[in-house]
Write a protein that binds this ligand. Structure first.
Ligand code: HEM
Length: 463
């Protein structure tokens, strides 16, 4: 069927004929569609579905909602980049605005443009070089507390570390303890959010106060108290170069400033988007490297040769290609953002199929990054594959940071941070898995480990 549709569009036949094409896909069970197999094991379900149904667009009935799953990188590029004007963020992302308000991740249109224009310059390549020192200093302090022989939850360690880095670089050192309170509130709110998304409760209208929503509202109250306090403290503090100060003092064309509510929404968005994903990618990278001792040796040789005992700087980022490759490969196998969603704002044709206005569309990094058509031996951790360009690989076969106008605004920040954190950590320590069991992961809003990632610390004490 898909071939016929593609052929039809190639031959340029009447668009009326093409519009009749509905993407193929499983029907699932009456009323609930594919909700059950998806909820039972989302990653397996999306992977098997993508392999089973060809054509690049798959229709999936999730109870009353139909989702369109885009699996072909060329079509992913259309949705995210070339035809991005036909889409906004999907329903699920919009739900995040209960906690994130109208910040950069969740807004659309003029409000999004305004806030992207304010935030992006602070995260450009040139600007983030100024943050390298804080990234290295916080890593040195964290690893400095580790003792040989002790077991630590590496995911928790990385969550603390990346939160501290974001707090200092983007919000100024004055944020202090508040950052950890924000981290805790966000953590518990995300748990509530995910618990509901996995069940039929996601179809209950938003205004009905389910127990998890009542809990989430309490969490948001706690979060707001910390954030408004933080904003007020920053306002009273000395002028600085941090993003929060910039947002506080930014004026629009009429000379107006952001309200406290707008400031709160931008701050909470950057706290969440700016630390959790990076912490996950680092945790996955450390786990994979620990499982591949030959690669670990090559990696630490590179770090030794480039840095010796001196602290890493922004310039070293470009001098550590194998460390960068390890980060890329970890995000290929374990993409922290494992799926991206969009909603069509008009009827749109993708790959010869019609997506109706209001249609919910999603693309999955988890699936595309493990597709054997684009990555040889896709299940294997092989950072070396990033040391040479593969001219045959489509651009959107690998998209850990998304793409198009809504591409991750913090992607350069994140890449530099991850490489500098790994280099600084391996100058001082090795981490060893305490169990060889397969890492259990769960696809919540982000791809997360289901429990602690316990690692035994081995300090490298250089004479
Ligand atoms: C490994 C780390 C990271 C990963 C994998 C990641 C992934 C992503 C992805 C996939 C998107 C696009 C979502 C979509 O199109 O719907 C995104 C957007 C975003 N990210 Fe990141 N991110 C990371 C780090 C960061 C950092 C460090 C920051 C801030 C300092 C950040 C801030 C944001 C913001 C504000 C957006 C929304 C941008 C917009 O819509 O204009 N992210 N991120």
């Amino acid at each position: 069927m898909s071939t016929t549709v593609h052929e039809a569009s190639w031959r340029g036949v009447e668009s009326r004929e093409r519009k009749a094409a509905t993407p193929p896909g499983p029907r699932g069970t009456p009323l609930i569609g594919v909700l059950k197999p998806f909820s039972d094991n989302p990653l397996d379900f999306v992977t098997q579905t993508a392999r089973r149904w060809e054509g690049g667009v798959i229709r999936l009935p999730f109870g009353p909602v139909t989702q369109y799953f885009i699996t072909d990188p060329a079509l992913i590029e259309e949705v995210l980049l070339t035809r991005s004007g036909s889409f906004i963020k999907d329903e699920m992302t919009r739900k995040l605005s209960t906690a994130l308000g109208q910040g950069l991740l969740t807004t659309e249109g003029e409000a999004w443009k305004r806030s992207r224009k304010l935030v992006a310059p602070k995260l450009r390549k040139k600007q983030i070089e100024a943050y390298a020192d804080a990234m290295v200093r916080h890593t040195e302090a964290a690893v400095g507390k580790w003792e040989t022989g002790e077991v630590r939850d590496i995911h928790e360690e990385m969550m603390h570390l990346t939160l501290e880095i974001v707090a200092e670089t983007l919000f100024g050192a004055s944020v202090g303890d508040g950052a950890h309170k924000v981290g805790q509130c966000l953590e518990s709110m995300m748990e509530v959010f995910v618990a509901e998304e996995r069940t039929l409760l996601r179809f209950v209208p938003d205004w009905i106060p389910t127990p998890s929503r009542v809990k989430a509202r309490k969490g948001i109250g706690d979060l707001d108290a910390v954030l408004f306090g933080m904003i007020e403290a920053r306002r009273q503090g000395a002028p600085g170069d941090d993003l929060l100060w910039l947002l506080l003092t930014a004026e629009d064309d009429e000379g107006g400033r952001m309200s406290d509510l707008q400031l709160r929404d931008e701050a909470v968005t950057l706290f969440l988007a700016g630390h959790e994903t990076t912490a996950l990618a680092l945790s996955f990278a450390l786990t994979l490297i620990a499982e591949h001792s030959a690669f670990e040796r090559r990696l630490t040789d590179e770090i030794d040769a480039v840095l010796g005992d001196r602290p890493a700087t922004a310039d070293d980022f470009m001098r550590l290609p194998l460390t960068t490759a390890a980060v890329k490969e970890a995000m290929r196998l374990y993409p922290p953002a494992w799926a991206i969603g969009r909603e069509a704002i008009e009827e749109v044709e993708i790959g010869g199929y019609t997506i109706p206005k209001g249609g919910q569309v999603f693309m999955s990094q988890w699936v595309t990054h493990r597709d054997p058509r684009w990555f040889k031996d896709p299940e294997r951790f092989d950072p070396e594959r990033w040391m040479v360009e593969d001219p045959d690989r489509p651009r959107f076969a690998y998209f850990p940071f998304g793409g198009g106008p809504r591409v991750c605004v913090g992607n350069h920040f994140a890449m530099m941070e991850m490489v500098l954190v790994l280099a600084t950590l391996y100058q001082r320590a090795r981490v060893r898995r305490t169990s060889w069991e397969k890492l259990e992961i769960s696809p919540a809003v982000t791809l997360r480990p289901t429990g602690p990632i316990n690692m035994r610390i081995e300090r490298i004490d250089k004479a």
